[in-house]
Structure formats: C-alpha cells, structure tokens
Design a protein around this ligand. Structure first.
Ligand code: DOR
Length: 444
C-alpha cells in the first residue's frame, strides 16, 4: 500500500533532536521517518523548512456558545490553523459556562461540525459541581478541570477555601487554575474607581501580591489534597521562583504576551488593548519569566487567546474587558524569539508539543514519532514577515502585535495528515477537527 502523504527533505524536530529526513503518512498517522519511503498520493517539498510536531495551544477562549460576536469555534480554530496550531484546549467561561456533561457534549458536538483543528475542552469548577468533577474530567473531549480562584471575564469563581478543597479532592487529572486572590482584588478595587483612572492602573490594582498569594494558597491546598495543578499565565518573578521549588506538584504556563509586552510601554502604546488578567507587568518580571523558560521551570506556552471586539475594548477603563487574541500569533512570535536567541527550537517544541502531551496525558499527539497522529507544523525559520491585523481570522479582527516584524513563520498546518493551512490560506472545509484523546479511562 502506498502512503497518503510524503513530506520530503525537511529538518524534523523529533524527541531525539533535529533530523534531516522524510516523513510518510498513512491513515492519518506517521508511518515512517527516513529516506526512500516509497511513493505517495501527495508529496510536499519541505527543503529549507523545519517540520515540527503539530503545535498545541493549551489555553484559548473561543466564546461559543453565547458570546459569538467575539469569536466562535469556527473562527477561533481558523485562526489557530493560520497560526500553525493543530490542536486547542478551550476554556469554560462561555455562556452558559461549561460546567456539566450536557454543556461539554454540546461544545464537542459544535466543534465536530465546525472546527478546522483538533480540540478538547476544560470543564469549569464551581462550588455546586465539585462532587461531580471526578466523573466530568473523564468524559470524551475533556482535557481537564479549570478553576478560577480570582474573578476575570465571566462568572466562574471558586474562592472559598472549603470549596477549593472539595474541587481539588474530586478527581485526579492535573487541574488548570487561574491564580489571582479575590479578597485582595476586592480590597483594592477603590484604586480603579474614580473619574481619572486609566488602564495603567490595571497592574497596580491586580498587583504581584494578588498573583503570588493565590498561587501560594493553591500550592498549599494542592499539597494537602495531593492533586497536581497547572498554574496558568504566570506573570511574576516571585511565582516563578516559588513554582521552581514545587515542580512535582505544579506545572507552569507562560503566555507570549507576558514574554513580549511590558509595562508601562504596552499601556502607553495599546491602552486597554493591553489589558488582560493577570496583567502585563514591568520588564523585570518579563526577564524573570524568560529565565524560567531558559531554566526549564516553564512547562508550556499557552496563548490565552481571549478575544473581545474593538468596540468593547474601546470602553473607558475599567469598563473595558480584559483579554487579547493570541492563538494565531503565538508561534510567529516564538519563532522570532528562537531567531533572537532567546530559546532553542527544541525548547520551543518542548513548550508547544512535548510539554502539553506530557502534562495532560494526550494520546498520540505532540511528538514527531512513528505511530503518532500526523499533526505537523511546517515552518520557515528564515521568513521575515510583518504581523498585520488583516491576517487575523479571529472575529475580533485585531491583534496587539499589528505591525510587528518577526522572523519565522508557519507555512503549513497538517492535522492527521490533512493540510488545513498552506501559505496563509485555509485549506479544506471546517469540521475536520476531532476531539483529542487522552491516556485516561474514557466514558463514565
Ligand atoms: O484577560 C483575561 N481574559 N483573563 C482571563 O482569565 C479570561 C480572559 C477572557 O476570557 O476574556
């Protein structure tokens, strides 16, 4: 039997390092890596290009159901495909929230009809569903539980210590957590009330202590409940230092925004378009995050793609919502960082492919090896390009990186052997995406 697809002449980024070889694909899987792999129905010339395992974005907000004027599963996954992302983990703060088996099944069914890339969904923890989380986290299409310890966009919040304990005690998968201390946020709310407040106060209100206290509290409770946790979008030097000492208990995510934007410049240049939770902070925190990337403390990069319309973002602070799009720009920004010598290509693949696979127990994705799904991101490390808002497929139609020149660009996105993006164009109809599978018993 011939192969379905041959990718010839590229430099492959495999778990064993960089290898010059061809890749053969059949039945949606990688069936051989080497030379002289026979013929194929389709052949791709990858000479001069790097072939990565498909990049996985483990934190996106795609807003469907309920907030489709900002984004939907089709536009969000189109944006992902254009940005070289082959699978996304989507967050539960939609309307209604994804906090039950019914809401999860509804999202999976919607995504099966419209997604351009593969997908899984977080189920949101609440004080009311705590006892069912152990069963919910095992359902097909679920990548785990998400808990908001501080309030952000939407209504999900678990702040009470007894409720956090119940959430952590039910279930065993690594739990993703938004760490901001709600009590301190409420105590400091007066800082952003009044006539002359500006968005520059956002990181003053949601200061380092807001983040650190919550992360410390989570670590204490997670240790007590023996539950592995994943601290999302870490922003402070203090948290990075703390998390470096607790690797067995907690994994750490960083976003490209926090690694590339910093205060006060971001707020001066972008106004409330730079507003997100936890906030963009000063350059010393950014340097600490890069050190944590370098030292292996950071486990994954997630875009925290959180689109809001321009009209919403243009409201005067603090009525402007927090969040910015990012699923399409994560890989170009990070390839640019590779070219700037901030991290190696192997380290980037660890953060976007191997790391997600390892932390979340993804079955047969995240590695360029025989037997795994043929999810592949082909990139041109030398391409010099400008990120422009008109390239963005997200419904929000903007990017905080508009006009930024980068070196390094995704050329092709392949999901289980099928090309979904080539040279900045979507290929194929929506609905090709499937639910990501995990190495845990599925079903109830
Ligand atoms: O800035 C943010 N926006 N942080 C979050 O945690 C949520 C997100 C959103 O959904 O808009």
């Amino acid at each position: 039997m011939g192969n379905d697809l041959l990718i010839r002449g590229g430099t492959l980024v495999t778990p064993a390092g960089l290898v010059e070889a061809d890749v053969a694909v059949a039945g949606g899987r990688i069936v051989a890596i080497g030379s002289d792999l026979g013929d194929a129905a389709e052949s791709i010339d990858a000479r001069g290009l790097h072939v990565l395992p498909g990049c996985i974005d483990t934190q996106v907000h795609f807003r469907e159901p309920g907030l489709e004027h900002k984004e939907n599963l089709q536009s969000g996954t189109a944006s992902a495909a254009l940005g070289g992302i082959t699978a996304v983990f989507e967050m539960p703060n939609t309307n209604p929230n994804t906090d039950s088996a019914e809401q999860l099944a509804d999202k999976v069914a919607r995504a099966e009809r419209t997604a351009h890339v593969d997908f899984a969904f977080f189920v949101g923890a609440t004080a009311d569903n705590a006892e069912s989380l152990g069963a919910l986290e095992r359902l097909p299409g679920c990548c785990g539980i998400k808990m908001f310890m501080g309030s952000s966009t939407g209504t999900l919040l678990v702040d009470d210590t007894a409720a956090i304990r119940r959430v952590l005690a039910n279930g065993s998968r690594r739990m993703a957590v938004h760490c901001e201390d709600e009590t301190r946020l409420l105590e400091r709310r007066a800082l952003i009330e009044g006539a002359d407040v500006t968005v520059a106060l956002h990181p003053v209100w949601r200061d380092e202590q807001v983040a650190l206290r919550s992360t410390q509290r989570l670590l204490d409770l997670a240790a007590e409940c023996r539950r592995p946790v994943h601290v999302l979008h870490v922003t402070t030097a203090q948290e990075a230092e703390l998390l470096a000492r607790h690797k067995a208990l907690a994994s750490m995510e960083c976003t490209p925004q926090h690694l590339t934007l910093f205060a006060p410049d971001a707020y001066e240049q972008l106004g409330s378009y730079a507003q997100m939770n936890p906030p963009i902070r000063g350059i010393e925190h950014q340097r600490a995050l890069w050190r944590a990337v370098e030292q292996g403390v950071v486990d994954v990069l997630g875009s925290d793609h959180a689109p809001h319309t321009r009209e919403e973002k243009d409201r005067p602070y603090p009525r402007s919502p927090s969040g910015m799009p990012g699923v399409q720009t994560m890989l170009p920004l990070m390839l640019d960082a590779v070219n700037a010598g901030k991290l190696s290509l192997l380290r980037l693949v660890d953060l976007l492919c191997h790391g997600p696979q390892r932390l979340f127990g993804i079955a047969a994705k995240g590695r360029l090896v025989v037997g795994y799904d043929a999810d592949l991101t082909i990139v041109d490390l030398k391409a010099r390009r400008r990120i422009e808002a008109r390239w963005i497929a997200s419904r929000c139609g903007w990017t905080p990186f508009d006009g930024r020149e980068v070196t390094g660009w995704p050329r092709r996105t392949i999901v289980r052997g099928q090309t979904v993006m080539a040279d900045d164009e979507l290929v194929g109809a929506p609905g090709l995406g499937q639910a990501v599978r995990f190495q845990i018993p599925q079903g109830s």
